[in-house]
Design a protein around this ligand. Structure first.
Ligand code: FAD
Ligand code: SF4
Length: 495
């Protein structure tokens, strides 16, 4: 289960914790402990507010969940974590009630645990190989590592936050970081710690990348990202906001004329893909990027004070089956739509979105139209969206991705009324830097090419995150940032 009534979950957990504290638990006892559900806002309430949906474990819940861990010697969970957190180490400390100790263990390898605990796809990473989940025959029965990470990070934040990292004396070397998503923020922290001057250049007016303009407040409160950026500023990192490198200033100028000794490119994959069907230029069609950016960064939901108007939607169609589609659909409900449909060419089983997000969207009232995809956006003579022409599909043989491929059913086209269409079928690399930086090697999709240390084809320039990987995840972007920072620090030492 994904959620539960807060009061019931808290009181059940208190009673159970009091019981197990009296015993020395065997592995059999640990395996019999119930998975602790995440307390959540009620669906009917949360569908109309922007507050965080998941409320976080109580202390008793966290200690019971941690007590489920079998402390495996080979710890397959650690191999599943892209930044190799010592999972049994921190979970064992939570079980003992040593939350500060647990935070210290996590910080050794993860700079942003309050963020990762909320948005990492744990069911595909650390929780997938968990011995307990395998023994109990379900990844949903694995130790809930992400929820425990979030618990530890939130307790530390409530107690004043992680201690400030030690910064070495100034080296006189300067590093330009382009883009302030998780990749750029990680590089900035690690490079600054070695005493180098760091300036982050960010195109938008707020730092944080997709964590600020893409992932909605109801999944990741922006205050958490703001705290991370503020911590970097206290470490001496400088932000140059509203600066589009490649247009406001070319990368080569930063290196050759402005005295930067090295640069990191972490500009993400912010170029939305479209379906390439007739009618996509009608008024009322949005890319998920634009829709979510207006809502998150420009606070369109805050009607009184918003810097941007909300398009008045009543019947919304969201095209796609990933996390971005789920975020868009749930945002549309919160912005006042009466009915929101997600159209997806395959079935729920093949959807790339996290099961938890799909479950949350369904609970909130989002309607899923599976085996359906539009062939045309329909519009009025004034050029405004009136609906979609939809084709029905059946599942055929598995394709290259291993998922069963959708096969169109001839003669199945039918028209459905919608006033808004949000296209959430993926993102591509922004081509600006590649076009304006001679010598920067990219592949056919515009991803910057790097070696095993994230070094690009250009001297003194590294890259990482979505601009290298294509649309990926926060933790993978952070992992690439760490690798790049280590290489930049080594390079500057020898310079
Ligand atoms: P980004 O976060 O994209 O940051 C790049 C930054 O560079 C941006 O701030 C951009 O404005 C700036 N920039 C771009 N060009 C320039 C330029 N020329 N000059 C200056 N600045 C520039 N991942 C998860 O792990 N879990 C999730 O639940 C999840 N949900 C998502 C939901 C949505 C709606 C989206 C869009 C993505 C989601 N992701 C999720 C993916 C994840 O957010 C990204 O993989 C991650 O943010 C990539 O980090 P990054 O640092 O490479 O780039
Ligand atoms: Fe604990 Fe699961 Fe990791 Fe084993 S695999 S140490 S049970 S979290």
């Amino acid at each position: 289960m994904n959620g539960g009534n807060t009061t019931d979950l808290a009181s059940q957990a208190r009673a159970l914790l009091a019981d197990i504290e009296q015993k020395t638990l065997t592995n059999k006892d640990r395996m019999a402990l119930p998975v602790q559900d995440m307390p959540c806002q009620e669906p009917a309430v949360r569908a109309h507010n922007m507050d965080e949906v998941a409320l976080g474990y109580t202390e008793a819940q966290a200690r019971i969940e941690a007590a489920r861990c079998l402390q495996c010697k080979n710890a397959p969970c650690v191999a599943g974590c892209p930044v190799s957190i010592d999972i049994p180490g921190f979970v064992g400390l939570v079980a003992k009630g040593d939350y500060q100790g647990a935070a210290t263990v996590i910080h050794r390898t993860n700079l942003l645990p309050a963020i990762c605990g909320r948005v990492c796809p744990q069911e595909k990473q650390c929780q997938a190989p968990c011995t307990l989940g395998k023994a109990l025959k379900g990844v949903d029965r694995a130790v809930q590592i992400g929820r425990l990470e979030r618990f530890v990070a939130d307790r530390e934040r409530a107690a004043g936050g992680a201690p400030m990292p030690h910064v070495q004396p100034q080296t006189g070397k300067r590093v330009a970081v382009i883009g302030s998503g998780p990749a750029g923020l990680t590089v900035a922290a690690d490079v600054r710690r070695d005493g180098h001057e760091v300036v982050i250049f960010e195109a938008f007016q707020k730092p944080g990348g997709v964590m600020v303009y893409g992932i909605p407040e109801f999944r990741l409160p922006k205050a958490i990202v703001r705290e991370e950026a503020a911590k970097l500023e206290r470490m001496g990192v400088r932000f140059e906001l509203n600066t589009l490198v490649g247009r406001t200033v070319p990368l080569a100028e930063l290196l050759q004329e402005e005295g930067f000794d090295a640069a990191f490119i972490g500009v993400g994959a912010g170029l939305p893909k479209f379906m390439d069907i007739p009618g996509e230029n009608l008024v009322g069609v949005f890319s998920a990027n634009e829709y979510l950016t207006r809502a998150n960064l420009m606070r369109a939901w805050d009607r009184e004070r918003a810097a941007t108007p909300i398009y008045p939607s009543k019947r919304v169609a969201v095209l796609g089956g990933g996390n971005v589609a789920m975020d868009s659909a749930r945002m549309a409900l919160r912005l006042g739509a009466d009915e929101v449909h997600v159209l997806y060419r395959r079935t729920r089983e093949e959807m790339p979105a996290r099961a938890e997000e799909v479950g949350h969207a369904q609970e909130e009232g989002v309607v899923f139209d599976f085996l359906a995809s539009p062939t045309e956006v329909l519009g009025s003579d004034k050029g405004i969206v009136t609906g979609l022409r939809v084709m029905s599909y059946r599942l055929g043989e598995p394709d290259a991705s291993g998922r069963r491929s959708p096969v169109a059913i001839d003669g199945s086209e039918h028209d459905v009324a919608f006033d808004t269409v949000i296209v959430a079928v993926g993102n591509e690399s922004n081509p600006l830097l590649a076009k304006t930086t001679p010598g920067l090697a990219v592949d056919k999709k515009g991803h910057v090419l790097v070696d095993e240390h994230q070094k690009t084809a250009l001297d003194g320039v590294w890259a990482g995150g979505d601009i290298v990987l294509g649309a990926a995840t926060v933790i993978l972007a952070m992992g690439e940032g760490r690798r790049a920072a280590a290489a930049i620090n080594a390079y500057l030492k020898g310079k």
